[in-house]
Design a protein around this ligand. Structure first.
Ligand code: NAP
Length: 680
């Protein structure tokens, strides 16, 4: 059997030794050999920094997002072969879709977030401009630029596709090249994934590399511009994060480690109620999906003391229906663990758990399997424990990384919160209840020791994504024992790969640096109305000044009657005067905004296609009958859409009165056409 090749330095590297064997989780046959012998680790990092980084830097966020989408579609076309290899890791088809489709879903999700929430630029501007001086000549703003290093991504064995992709997507979008290191046990599946990624031809050379086998002296060559994202055991995470080079160079280091996640049944739930059934169903699902080899699986089921017998009875009845065996057999609900070693590891952990509780379902040494040899394959029965003394330490400390959970009783809400917190930092927790007060008390009480909390009840039962499913839009990670890291969480995960820099300058320089117009930067009020310009012709700072227009009492009365907005401040002089903010009747804010549109608009058909909204609208000074308003509208940000015939233009609008005071400020959002024939 040939050893897996690594993809490094722009080529597939053949290991210089025979490598160690990796076995099929179901049949015990050798699937592959693995070794990284002969790889020059310093050169791998260098290749990422010299080839991948600069190639990515030439692309805008939107261009990278478009590549992620194409990559996702390409991988989706090849998912059947990924499923086939996934079955060899012991996964059922359901488990494989969770891993493979889940990973592809992360690419789609980041692609869409990149196009919607990031600019079509290479710099991300974060937060508002901060005035730093009274005269308006000194301002500050935060900008984020990609680290000029490599994201080293070390993955656990249990999600050989989703794991690498959830780390790769935000790094790629940020413009940082990835070095993927899969766990040995299931590296053959990640290897095929990376083969597909490379053969897609979509990714710039150097933006992704793969190391099959150990990482050798790679950590010795990390710099301050590199990052490490690690998923695996707390012990390995701890060892790697304290590597002297990581400490000396302040290398950004994220750990996603193990976690004793809990699910809490509310005291309001009678057996037979929707919530009771949801709780039991979810518990069994979490025990059996991926044979319980999920960092987010429920390890502790916390239930009201007077319900423990009912929960145990219902869960065991459900577990009895779970068919274990060869994932290729259609009736099989739970496949094998990833390896025989992993099974031994779970049996060892179970022994520790049995010091505190008793087994109420399953036998760790014996399991009936369908269409497979129970000894050659890493099969294990689901194992449910009951521990009537919830203060025993083991259930809160020992993670058996397999189909193992413990049911524990609680007496009061405060005790439920206390027990949830005893995991000392978890990735995910769930509360199953229809009692809103209970949900609030538990979530707020336990939140500081949880990365994600799901409240499940009959109302979201159909749509909920489940206790164990991390989502690209939400953070995945947890405090304390869970590693103290955060991954994904939408744009947060992208910014993790970038440096945030506070830039202080005068408005013109700040505007030139960020590519966005800021108050105080020069305006260009040329002859041509900016609405007559195609996207390519428009420049940040292009401005139209229009007005003045006098606002009369007749206007206010007409507007009140026409819209039905007869609020007293516009219609009743005495009442308006009594209001602490007004000296008499005032114009409606929306009347001012409407008049402003009437002033700045250039009405004939032209490049401006539509107004799709306003943002940050503030009414700052009242407008009284007789006031004269002038509007100044300035192109603030221009965002061409990749592959479309238009782009987005954000305009700064400042409506002022005859004294020069701002009456209203806001951003107008428009769609503007590219010159005919331009789509790039
Ligand atoms: P592990 O032994 O810590 O291995 C995790 C990864 O680290 C593997 O890729 C492994 O490679 C690599 N590794 C080990 N020693 C290394 C070293 N000295 N330098 C560089 N890399 C090294 O963890 P595991 O037992 O395989 O994984 C199961 C654990 O992961 C469970 O505790 C589970 O809770 C946790 N997990 C957490 C999450 C999460 O998102 N928080 C997700 C999945 C799993 P080799 O395989 O080649 O040794």
């Amino acid at each position: 059997m040939a050893a897996l090749h690594s993809y490094v330095n722009g080529d597939w590297h053949v290991p210089s030794d025979g490598g160690m064997p990796v076995h099929d989780a179901v049949t015990g046959e050798e699937v592959a050999r693995i070794s990284s012998a002969g790889i020059d680790m310093a050169a791998v990092l260098d290749h990422g920094r010299r080839r991948g980084g600069p190639a990515l830097a030439e692309l805008t966020f939107h261009q990278r997002a478009a590549l992620l989408k194409s990559l996702a579609s390409y991988l989706r076309e090849h998912r059947e072969e990924l499923y086939a290899l996934s079955a060899r890791t012991g996964a059922t088809l359901g488990d494989s879709t969770f891993d493979v489709d889940g990973g592809i879903g992360v690419l789609f999700s980041y692609s869409s977030k990149g196009r919607r929430e990031l600019p079509n630029d290479t710099v991300y501007v974060e937060g508002p401009v901060e005035p730093l001086g009274k005269g308006g000549t000194f301002v500050g703003q935060h900008v984020c630029t990609p680290l000029r290093g490599v994201a080293v991504q070390i993955n656990a064995f249990n999600f050989p596709v989703w794991g690498p992709l959830e780390k790769f997507a935000p790094a790629f979008l940020a413009g940082v090249p990835s070095v993927i290191k899969p766990a040995t046990q299931t590296a053959y599946l990640t290897h095929r994934l990376v083969e597909l990624m490379v053969s897609s031809g979509l990714l710039p050379e150097g933006s992704v590399q793969l190391i099959c086998g150990g990482v050798g002296d790679l950590f010795d060559h990390l710099t301050d511009q590199d990052l490490v994202s690690f998923t695996g055991s707390a012990a390995t995470g701890q060892r790697l994060r304290t590597h002297p080079v990581v400490a000396a160079n302040s290398v950004r280091f994220t750990v996603e480690a193990d976690s004793l996640n809990c699910s809490i049944l509310g005291p309001d739930t009678e057996p037979g109620s929707a919530e009771f059934d949801l709780f039991v169903k979810q518990l069994v699902t979490e025990m059996t999906v991926k044979a319980g080899q999920k960092c987010t699986a429920i390890r502790r089921a916390l239930v009201p003391a007077n319900r423990i017998d009912d929960v145990v009875a219902a869960a065991t009845a459900r577990l009895a229906k779970v068919v274990v065996g060869n994932p290729a057999s259609p009736e099989v609900r739970m496949g094998a663990l990833a390896s025989l070693e992993q099974r031994e590891e779970v049996r060892r952990s179970l022994k520790a758990l049995l010091e505190a509780g008793t087994l109420v379902y399953g036998d760790p040494e014996r399991v009936e399997v369908v269409d497979a040899d129970p000894e050659r394959g890493a099969f294990l029965s689901p194992l449910l424990l009951r521990c009537d003394d919830p203060d025993q330490p083991q259930p809160h400390e020992v993670e058996a990384f397999g189909p193992v959970s413990t049911v524990l009783p609680y007496q009061t809400t405060a005790q439920a919160v206390d027990l949830a917190r005893r995991g000392r930092g978890s990735l995910a927790g769930s509360v199953v209840t229809a009692d809103t007060d209970f949900a609030r008390e538990v979530v707020l009480g336990a939140a500081s020791r949880h990365g994600r909390m799901l409240v499940l009840n009959r109302h979201n039962a159909q749509e909920n994504t489940g206790h164990g499913s991390p989502l690209p839009a939400l953070v995945h990670g947890g405090p304390g024992r869970a590693g103290g890291g955060e991954e994904m969480g939408g744009v947060r995960g992208v910014l993790h790969h970038m440096q945030r820099t506070a830039v202080q300058a005068d408005p013109a320089v700040l505007s030139a640096i960020t590519g966005q117009w800021v108050t105080g930067a020069p305006r260009n009020t040329g002859d041509q109305h900016p609405f007559r310009k195609y996207l390519e012709e428009l420049r940040v700072g292009d401005t139209v000044v229009a007005g003045p227009r006098r606002v009369t009492m007749e206007d206010i009365e007409h507007f009140a009657e026409f819209t039905g907005d007869t609020f007293y401040a516009h219609t009743d002089e005495e009442a308006a005067r009594a209001n602490p903010f007004f000296d008499g009747r005032v114009a409606h804010g929306y009347l001012v905004v409407s008049f402003a549109a009437g002033l700045f608009v250039d009405p004939d058909p032209g490049p401006v296609l539509a107004n799709y909204g306003l943002e940050n609208l503030r009414f700052l000074t009242p407008t009284y009958p007789g006031d004269e308003i002038t509007v100044t509208m300035t192109a603030k940000q221009i965002t061409p859409r990749v592959g479309a015939e238009h782009g987005e233009v954000r305009w700064d609008v400042d409506v002022t009165n005859q004294d020069g005071a701002s009456v209203a400020k806001y951003d107008v959002l428009t769609l503007v056409a590219k010159r005919p024939g331009e789509q790039g």
